[in-house]
Design a protein around this ligand. Structure first.
Ligand code: GAR
Length: 197
């Protein structure tokens, strides 16, 4: 199961990887928090079921979270991948899928959490940034780290060029790591994520 909010290039990388049976995983559905995004179109073109749960269509954030949880639960996923999903999931969601929700973030955690990872890294003047795949907890990009990939910042970068370079490395990290999670399983002990078991 993959949740998206935008272009869905990370989703596309997963769709492409899942086409090979040796990858060991399949995408049961793609959910989104908004209509008319390329991420949903990519899923539809691949013949993957989709659904949309938009915050504004619910009377509260809690109701939205409950509906999102039910929609995801209906597909009985082993792992839920947030791939550019621009909403914080709530209590219901985390309680239901505890330890099985992973999120990819365009910065090297614990630096630059939140919605503007590439812009914040650029503004800080770091020379190396990257992407982090982590197990979602109730903080903002604070959960146990599964994988990271480093990307150099160039002197003439703007937010877009930096984010695009991060996304190239991010897609590879996501595909490699989600495949391993699916094939090998994983454990979490005191924040330390290990494959296997
Ligand atoms: C990715 O870089 C992802 O890490 C980021 O949005 C991009 C989505 O790209 N997510 C966040 O910033 C979440 N805080 P995509 O839609 O092309 O996969």
């Amino acid at each position: 199961m993959v949740l998206v909010s935008g272009a869905g290039t990370n989703l596309q990388a997963l769709i492409d990887a899942c086409a090979d049976p040796a990858y060991g995983a399949g995408i049961v559905a793609v959910g989104a928090d908004r209509e008319d995004i390329e991420g949903l179109a990519r899923a539809e073109r691949a013949g993957i079921p989709t659904f949309v749960r938009q915050v504004s269509q619910f009377t509260s954030r809690e109701h939205w979270d409950h509906a999102l949880t039910d929609s995801v639960k209906a597909f009985d996923p082993d792992i839920v991948v947030l791939a550019g999903f621009m909403k914080l999931v709530g209590e219901d969601f985390l309680a239901t899928f505890a330890g099985r929700v992973v999120n990819t973030h365009p910065a090297l955690s614990p630096s630059f959490p939140g919605m503007h990872g590439p812009a914040d890294a650029l503004a800080h003047g770091v020379k190396v940034t990257g992407a982090t795949l982590f197990v979602v907890d109730d903080g903002v990009d604070t959960g146990p780290i599964i994988a990271q990939t480093a990307v150099p910042v160039q002197d003439d970068d703007d937010v877009e060029s930096l984010h695009e370079r991060i996304k190239v490395a991010e897609r590879k990290m996501l595909v490699d790591t989600v495949g391993r999670l699916a094939r090998e399983g994983f454990t979490i002990t005191d924040r330390l994520v290990r494959f296997g078991g």
